[in-house]
Design a protein around this ligand. Structure first.
Ligand code: ADP
Ligand code: MG
Length: 265
C-alpha cells in the first residue's frame, strides 16, 4: 500500500508574551492508504496542534505534510476534519448541518440533500432531517457531525476525540458505527483519543506521544482480526496490548508529576 499521508519533520512552537513555547518536537510518520491510526498521549502534548497543522489551519514551525505526495502545508480543504470541540450549528436543522461541508464545496442544496438523506437513513438518523441539534441525544449529534465530515468527501479523515463526552454504552455503539463507516467508505482515518480500549478496538496502528513538547514515543501495531467485537476487549491479546500501552503512558505521566497538569487525555 502506498503512503496516503506523510508528516515529515514537523515541529511547532507557539509564541506567547514574547516567549517561545514548544508544543511539538520534530515528528515524522507515514500512514498507508485506508488505515485506521490512533494517537494517544498526555493532555497538552500537541495532538490537536498536529491535526490543525495537517488540516492547514495552523502552519508548522518546521517540516511539511505530504498528502498523496503533495505538500499541503497551509492548504485547507484537503482533509475532512472533525474538531475536538465540534459544534453543530444550533440554528440549522440536522440535514442542513450534515450538508454544510458539501455546501462549502459548492454543491447545490438539492443535490447535497439527495446524497445526505439516504446516508442518514442507513446510519441511524432516519426521520431526524428536520430536527434541530438540541432535540437529539449526544450520540446522535456526534453521528451527525461525523456524517458532515464524511460528506465533505475527502479521502483522509481527522477525528479529534469525537466520543470523549459520551457515556460508555453510547460510546461503544458509536465505535461500532464508526468502524462500519470506515469499512464502507475505505477512508484513511487519524483518530485522537484518551481511551486506551477505544484506541485498540478501532485501530490498525497506535502512536503513543510523549508529554509536551510531544514526540512519538512508540508505535504499536494492533493485529487483532477484523471485524472486531465487544467481547474481543477481554481477550488475552487485547489485554496484553492494553497493559503495554498503560505502561508506556504511565512512564510519560510519572515524569511530569511536578507540573501538576499532565494527565492522560
Ligand atoms: P492536546 O490536543 O494534545 O491536548 P494541544 O495541541 O491542544 O494538545 O496543545 C499543545 C500545547 O500547545 C499546549 O501546551 C497548548 O497550551 C499549546 N497551544 C495550543 N494552541 C496554542 C495557541 N494557539 N497559542 C499558544 N499555545 C497553544
Ligand atoms: Mg486536544
Amino acid at each position: 500500500m502506498r503512503n496516503k499521508i506523510e508528516i515529515v519533520g514537523v515541529s511547532k512552537w507557539f509564541r506567547k508574551n514574547g516567549q517561545e513555547i514548544p508544543a511539538m518536537k520534530e515528528t515524522s510518520l507515514a500512514i498507508e492508504e485506508g488505515r485506521f491510526v490512533s494517537i494517544i498521549g498526555p493532555s497538552g502534548c500537541g495532538k490537536s496542534t498536529l491535526f490543525n497543522i495537517i488540516s492547514g489551519l495552523t502552519l508548522p514551525s518546521t517540516g511539511k505534510i505530504l498528502a498523496d505526495g503533495q505538500n499541503i502545508v497551509g492548504k485547507t480543504g484537503y482533509v475532512g476534519y472533525m474538531l475536538q470541540k465540534d459544534m453543530l450549528l444550533p440554528w440549522r436543522t440536522i440535514l442542513d448541518n450534515i450538508i454544510l461541508g458539501m455546501e462549502i464545496r459548492g454543491i447545490p442544496r438539492k443535490q447535497a440533500a439527495e446524497r445526505a438523506v439516504p446516508l442518514m437513513e442507513k446510519y441511524g438518523l432516519k426521520g431526524f432531517e428536520k430536527h434541530y441539534p438540541k432535540e437529539l441525544s449526544g450520540g446522535m449529534r456526534q453521528r451527525a457531525a461525523l456524517l458532515r465530515t464524511l460528506l465533505y468527501d475527502r479521502d483522509i479523515l481527522l477525528l479529534d476525540e469525537p466520543f470523549g463526552a459520551l457515556d460508555a454504552q453510547t460510546r461503544l455503539n458509536m465505535q461500532n458505527w464508526l468502524l462500519q463507516i470506515w469499512a464502507d467508505f475505505g477512508k484513511t482515518v487519524l483518530f485522537v483519543t484518551h481511551d486506551i480500549d477505544e484506541a485498540i478496538y478501532l485501530s490498525d496502528d497506535i502512536y503513543v506521544f510523549s508529554s509536551r513538547p510531544g514526540r512519538i514515543k512508540a508505535k504499536i501495531t494492533v493485529s487483532l482480526e477484523r471485524p472486531r467485537k465487544k467481547e474481543d476487549m477481554t481477550s488475552e491479546a487485547f489485554m496484553a496490548l492494553k497493559h503495554h500501552l498503560m505502561d508506556l503512558l504511565a512512564v510519560e505521566n510519572a515524569g511530569h508529576q511536578d507540573s501538576g497538569q499532565e494527565k492522560i487525555s
